[in-house]
Write a protein that binds this ligand. Structure first.
Ligand SMILES: [Zn+2]
Length: 481
């Protein structure tokens, strides 16, 4: 293009005199060509200089804007001019953590760099970069992990923390008031291991928090059947479980519309470990006595008497008791010593059929008639019987079974029958016109023993009836009707 322009310039230059020689023309042409070549050269050199300067300027700028994209994992967190800047921040953070937690820290350096170019205003500030790293950083710390049946349940900074937690759990089941004897062994039912590991700091737990977590960490599902008048709130009180937990455990239930008979799930905290305690216990126990029955054919079927009173014995037991979290799961008796033997009770029971002549204990009215005189004071004298007025010859029946102990005439009684009933009672029948029984004869209840009369000191035909208990007169009206 430049060349064409110059050619154009040549063609438009003023016309040369025609008189000049060919030689002269040649010279001029040569001169012209030389001059033209020189100009061309100059232009090329100038172009080279410009290009070089541009390149230098470019290169200077390229070097000046050279930078690195910092990535944390897959995430770009800023642009820096200098890698060293990032490494210094990492070391700063590490130092700070070591000071804060007083433990060895292994940083999880998930930082990568990528070449780029950036102007100063695109660079991330130190503070911002530091914040970006810290907020994403998961760094590992040396800690101790507790494994229950090979399952990680938590970690603490020191081994001692875990050991103390385990001791505290054990101790909670070996307190004096929770056991009866001497603890021989305390162990965990589960396989418990403590391992040193590098773990993320956020997994490190406070000793007390981990202890609480282990003691209540797993939840056992139990259920409650709703009864009349119950709501989630009353159920929450019964089991000491927050209402929110009940709502969470029963998403299918409307808390305001519980029905009687609904099954409510209860999430009850349950320890993740089981402490087995083995204790040796010595205690006393009563021994029950046996009741032995002996038969006696001299006694009536209705009779029974205690021949030997029974009494409990006592033994001392030495046993091995196994508890799981305080609840007895097994008991093995190692030794039993009888301190006092029980005395068996011996009861004698009769086998003999009961004869009718044996007293029943209840009296019948001995004759038919009207009451003409009651028991008690009469005309200044004591009347010791009940007078039943009846015509002569009316049958008199034995008021109860018994044995005739008197039959005959006795003073004011006239003809008298006296029956001993064998149970402390005696009955008397006076003023009889005739007597049907003899002394020594056994009579049954209701048997006719005599007839109504008017013998002895009597005014008119009647039966004078007496009941005596242990020799003392009773009011017959209290016995017969
Ligand atoms: Zn009388």
């Amino acid at each position: 293009m430049d060349e064409q322009n110059h050619m154009g310039m040549g063609s438009t230059s003023p016309p040369i005199e025609t008189k000049v020689s060919l030689e002269e023309i040649k010279n001029v042409a040569n001169e012209f060509r030389d001059r033209f070549n020189f100009k061309k050269m100059l232009i090329i050199i100038m172009l080279i200089v410009i290009a070089s300067l541009s390149f230098i300027a470019y290169k200077v700028n390229e070097i000046r804007t050279r930078a690195f994209i910092v990535s944390f994992g897959n995430e770009k967190i800023g642009i820096v001019r200098d890698k060293e800047q990032v490494l210094n921040i990492l070391e700063d953070i590490r130092q700070e953590l070591v000071r804060t937690y007083d433990i060895d820290i292994v940083l999880n350096k998930n930082i990568s760099f990528e070449d780029t170019h950036a102007k100063d205003n695109m660079l991330v500030s130190n503070d911002k970069l530091r914040e970006n790293i810290k907020s994403r950083m998961t760094f590992l710390v040396g800690g101790y992990v507790l494994l229950i049946d090979n399952k990680e349940v938590g970690a603490t900074k020191t081994k001692e923390d875990l050991e103390e937690i385990l001791e505290e759990i054990k101790a909670s089941y070996t307190e004096d008031e929770k056991i009866d004897g001497d603890i021989k062994e305390v162990k965990f039912v589960e396989d418990i291991k403590v391992e040193k590991r590098n773990i993320p700091l956020n997994k490190l737990m406070d000793k007390d928090d981990l202890l609480k977590y282990i003691q209540t960490g797993t939840e056992e599902i139990r259920t409650h059947i709703v009864e009349v008048g119950e709501s989630l709130w009353t159920i929450s009180k019964i089991y000491d479980i927050p209402v929110e937990n009940l709502i969470e455990a029963n998403p299918d239930k409307n808390p305001d519309e519980l029905q009687i008979g609904d099954e409510i799930k209860l999430l009850v905290p349950k320890s993740m470990v089981t402490v087995a305690t083995i204790e040796e216990v010595k205690y006393k126990e009563k021994i029950d006595y046996e009741v032995k029955i002996e038969h006696d054919n001299n006694m009536y079927k209705t009779e029974k008497k205690v021949k030997v009173k029974g009494s409990q014995g006592e033994k001392e037991i030495f046993a091995k008791v196994v508890r799981h979290n305080g609840v007895i799961v097994d008991k093995e008796i190692l030794e039993e010593k009888i301190l006092e033997k029980p005395v068996n009770e011996l009861v004698v029971k009769g086998t003999k059929e009961v004869p009718k002549t044996v007293a029943t204990g209840a009296f019948l009215m001995p004759t038919r008639g009207s009451i003409s005189s009651r028991y008690g004071m009469r005309n200044g004298r004591m009347h010791r019987g009940l007078d039943i007025s009846a015509s002569i010859g009316t049958p008199i029946k034995a008021a109860d079974g018994g044995k005739v102990v008197f039959a005959g005439r006795r003073g004011a009684y006239g003809n008298l029958v006296e029956i001993d009933h064998g149970n402390g009672y005696v009955t008397r029948y006076g003023h009889c016109s005739s007597i049907n029984v003899k002394v020594g004869e056994r009579v049954y209840k209701g048997q006719v023993i005599a007839k109504v009369g008017n013998t002895g000191r009597s005014t008119g035909s009647h039966l004078h009836f007496e009941i005596l208990r242990n020799g003392r007169n009773q009011n017959p009206a209290n016995y017969v009707r």
